[in-house]
Design a protein around this ligand. Structure first.
Ligand code: GLA
Length: 339
């Protein structure tokens, strides 16, 4: 009996890395507690785009892909009956610059290709990835994060678009998500849902910018869901803001997944463990109470794996401690899931 068994109406997942999955302690957690897996990094373009093979192929418009990094997690999911959230096809970050460059050059100042050619590269990339994954692992992926983090209100753009260090925006402007979702819809297998994914998704004005971005895509039937990353603090956001964001996205006709849940907590005292448990309790009461969230993913199997932990500053944001033992927060989540 694990988290995944406490509700029939929700998948419960975790982001995994091959290093932790190869450790039996963590493999047991993944197997017993979760019904959904996300590759923490291994399905990002940084890992799936293969420059060497691309150069050997000699085409201008089709990058070669590789999935060796993702294989540990995908095979684990298949063998143990878990489903997969595929994360992420298009993102300004963790995507090599050569994918956008003339002759696939990896020089920092190489000229970018023209938008027409990039559009062909984008279509080939999305089709090849979906075809490979859906053929090698039939029925494994239930959701694709098609576009990650296109909105960044700090950039002062009137529609909140992310302008800096964003080659997708540089080449396609505001059409970038439209193209990505168009191709993803064309090549997704039946039953797979297509998601836009972002952080601080509960804040204003960001929430409004995201809804403005998505509403024409919803009208065209190109996007199915909103991925609420939900990297939270112990006292932020307030649950009324989170609840109202859930309602806003759901009212727009979007399916909802919580995709990257964690709570920044930088000490492991008894008091902090208690506060973390209370916080997880209220978040899950909100999630369950909304009746609108189909899938919840924690961003890591345990504190030892968290991106928030730095070598000189460990963090304690998840349900399992550094020895992979369940914390008070784990039991708080169980209680809320049973309601
Ligand atoms: C973003 C990305 C994730 C991950 C986290 C932090 O939220 O979507 O893939 O990189 O940042 O690690």
């Amino acid at each position: 009996m694990g988290l995944k068994d406490l509700r029939k109406d929700m998948l419960i997942g975790a982001a995994v890395s091959p290093f932790f999955l190869k450790d039996e302690k963590y493999a047991a957690i993944a197997r017993n507690e979760f019904s959904s897996l996300t590759c923490e990094n291994e399905m990002k373009p940084q890992h799936t785009l293969d420059r060497e093979k691309t150069l050997l192929c000699g085409t201008k418009n089709r990058a070669s892909l590789r999935f060796d990094a993702a294989q540990t997690a995908l095979s684990f999911a298949k063998e143990n009956g878990l489903k997969v959230r595929a994360h992420t096809l298009v993102w300004h970050n963790q995507t090599p610059r050569w994918f956008f460059a003339e002759d696939w050059s990896d020089q920092a100042d190489a000229p970018l290709v023209k938008p027409e050619l990039m559009l062909e590269r984008l279509e080939n990339y999305i089709r090849d990835e979906m075809d490979y994954i859906n053929t090698a692992y039939p029925s494994l992926v239930y959701a694709w994060d098609v576009y990650n983090e296109f909105i960044e209100p700090d950039n002062d753009h009137p529609k909140g678009f992310r302008l800096r260090k964003n080659l997708w925006y540089e080449l396609f402007g505001e059409e970038a998500p439209l193209y990505a979702f168009g191709f993803a819809r064309k090549y997704a297998f039946p039953g797979q849902k297509l998601f836009y994914n972002d952080y601080n998704e509960y804040e204003q004005p960001k929430r409004g910018f995201i809804l403005d971005l998505l509403s024409p895509l919803i009208a065209k039937g190109l996007v199915d869901g909103m991925g609420m990353q939900s990297h939270m603090l112990i006292d932020y956001p307030r649950m009324d803001a989170y609840r109202s964001a859930i309602n806003d996205y759901a009212s727009a006709g979007l399916s909802l997944h919580v995709t990257e849940l964690d709570i920044r907590s930088l000490d492991d005292s008894e008091g902090s463990r208690r506060a973390l448990a209370d916080r997880y309790g209220e978040i899950f009461e909100t999630i369950v109470g909304s009746g609108k969230i189909e899938s919840v993913t924690f961003w890591g199997l345990g504190d030892a794996q968290s991106w928030l932990s730095k070598p000189d500053a460990p963090a304690y944001p998840l349900l399992f401690d550094r020895e992979a033992r369940p914390k008070e927060a784990y039991y708080a989540v169980c209680e809320a899931l049973k309601k």
